[in-house]
Design a binder for this molecule. Structure first.
Ligand code: SAH
Length: 371
């Protein structure tokens, strides 16, 4: 039983001929996605469900009301085998293979195994670029029946999943980001206990401020097997993409990654900001956009030089990535002047100066107008 591949990243199906073999619910789901993608869809099936019939009447697709026959993929760039009959879907896949047509199977023999043991794979998806997921993470995605996603990470990979994959958007569940972790845990556990192969796709690495361990423990408590696939954490990967190494021989022998979600002095803070202020090495702050001015002040207050260079990298690894360079003293003003919004990582330390000459500091304007 072969695993259906994901669509290659960035595959553009607009105005491309796509053949969907089958006329049931799986074919309907596949067709909806393909029409959204702008494909020219031909459905081959002796009978179709009313939704597909209506689309055919509206000329949104072409319906060939007959069984699949070898040669049907001749003009196709992409095919979907969705009859649910193993022999027919096998034949479609075989023709696709011969003719070098991308093909996915919307109804798979594996579906019949639902009810057997499920599992959860906690996948670190990297900072956002779909190519920065690991090979193992991507394979797990290809095999998933259910994918539970956050708002960070390589969400564009979802477009390439089989149409029958259930996508649970954890960032859109009730109460948004503040939704109780128990709700996410419950989704993971219930789907896995129903025999589904669940991927929990997370931004960066699952165990870096990602609540991955809570999910792992919830699954373990319910007797659900869990696999962990590490990811490229934004704490290291995002600065790296911007040309800022977190360590450099002869310059720094340490780097510390801190959550900035609570400001210094907050009663629930677990961070020893005075210790971090005394560090000579690299300080990487995640979730610290709003709190940047307070954190910078605390670091300076505890001994870090005000002119220590800082790089702020916003939406790293995406098409919207931008990097600001400033100093600890000017950090708040720079971020305000540049309207920095999350997600952003900021890095304090001499390593920032390695990346080349510091461009014209926006902090000059920020300082005169803001402070
Ligand atoms: N587990 C994640 C971090 C989750 S906390 C990891 O290992 O990367 C969320 C924070 O990560 C954001 O507030 C931001 O500080 C950082 N972050 C995640 N993705 C980012 C990106 N593409 N660009 C900049 N910062 C990012």
């Amino acid at each position: 039983m072969s695993t259906p591949p994901l669509l290659p990243v960035g595959l553009d199906l607009s105005d491309k001929e796509v053949v969907v073999v089958g006329g049931g619910p799986a074919a309907t789901r596949a067709t909806a996605g393909l029409l959204d993608a702008g494909a020219r869809v031909t459905v081959v099936a002796p009978g179709v469900v009313p939704e597909l019939g209506a689309l055919a009447s509206a000329r949104a697709l072409t319906w060939l009301p007959r069984p699949y026959a070898t040669g049907d993929l001749a003009a196709a760039w992409y095919a979907v085998a969705a009859t649910g009959h193993a022999a027919v879907d096998d034949a479609v896949e075989a023709e696709a293979e011969r003719e070098r047509v991308f093909c996915t199977r919307a109804t798979r023999p594996a579906d019949a195994s639902v009810g057997g043991p499920g599992r959860v794979v906690l996948v670190g998806g990297g900072p956002g670029d779909p190519e920065l997921i690991t090979v193992r993470g991507r394979t797990a995605l290809e095999q998933a029946d259910v994918v539970v996603v956050d708002n960070l990470g390589p969400r564009s990979l979802l477009a390439g999943l089989r149409p029958d994959v259930e996508i649970v958007d954890a960032s859109k569940l009730p109460r948004g980001r503040a939704m109780p972790q128990e709700d996410i845990n419950a989704v993971l556990v219930s789907r896995a206990l129903a025999g589904r192969r669940v991927v929990r796709l997370k931004g960066g690495d699952p165990f870096v401020f990602g609540r991955g361990m809570e999910e792992l423990l919830a699954c373990a408590a319910a007797g659900v097997p869990v696999e962990v696939v590490p990811g490229v954490t934004s704490a290291v990967g995002v600065p790296g993409l911007a040309g800022v190494p977190v360590t450099h021989r002869g310059l720094t022998h340490e780097f510390v990654v801190v959550s900035g979600h609570l400001p210094p002095g907050h009663p629930q803070s677990l961070v020893d900001w005075s210790a971090i202020g005394r560090l000579r090495g690299t300080v990487v702050v995640l979730m610290g956009v709003e709190t940047a001015p307070a954190i910078a002040a605390a670091l300076i207050g505890h001994g870090r030089a005000p002119d220590t260079p800082v790089a702020v990298v916003v939406e790293g690894s995406t098409g919207r990535e931008r990097t600001l360079r400033t100093t600890l003293a000017d950090l708040g003003a720079t971020m305000a002047a540049e309207s920095v919004r999350p997600p952003a990582v900021w890095v304090v330390g001499d390593v920032v100066a390695l990346a080349g000459p510091v461009p014209v500091p926006v902090s000059a304007g920020g300082r005169s107008s803001g402070e």
